[in-house]
Design a protein around this ligand. Structure first.
Ligand SMILES: [Zn+2]
Length: 114
């Protein structure tokens, strides 16, 4: 086998972390698929076509954000893109008498709870 050692090491690291992420998802939600099915729609615009739904971490992984119920929200691909572009800002979940509401700033700069 003539594969350079650094490629082997890189592949082992990627494999390890992708397995680790999958196991974190499984422990918390069952799977990303189950999470999207359970949430059912984009919490910003209401889009409900399964194939357009994404799971978004409110505090991103590089800043220590975990895959747990307080840090994840179901967004459609369009709202997910707007969030990462800074057009809308997901602030987090708030606990109210109506249950957990998503607190965010919409594309018009207005504060929303949904
Ligand atoms: Zn959306």
């Amino acid at each position: 086998m003539n594969v350079p050692i650094y490629i082997l090491v890189f592949n082992i690291i990627v494999f390890h972390f992708s397995r680790k992420n999958r196991s974190v998802w499984k422990k918390t939600f069952g799977s990303k698929k189950l999470f999207k099915l359970r949430e059912g729609f984009c919490k910003v615009c209401g889009e409900d076509r399964y194939e357009l739904l994404d799971a978004h971490r409110i505090v991103e992984g590089s800043k220590g954000g975990k895959y747990d119920v307080n840090n994840c929200v179901c967004l459609c691909t369009s709202c997910h893109r707007l969030q990462h572009a800074g057009t809308i800002k997901i602030l987090g979940w708030v606990h109210s008498t109506k249950g957990n509401l998503l607190h965010y700033i919409d594309k018009n700069g207005e504060e929303q709870f949904s």
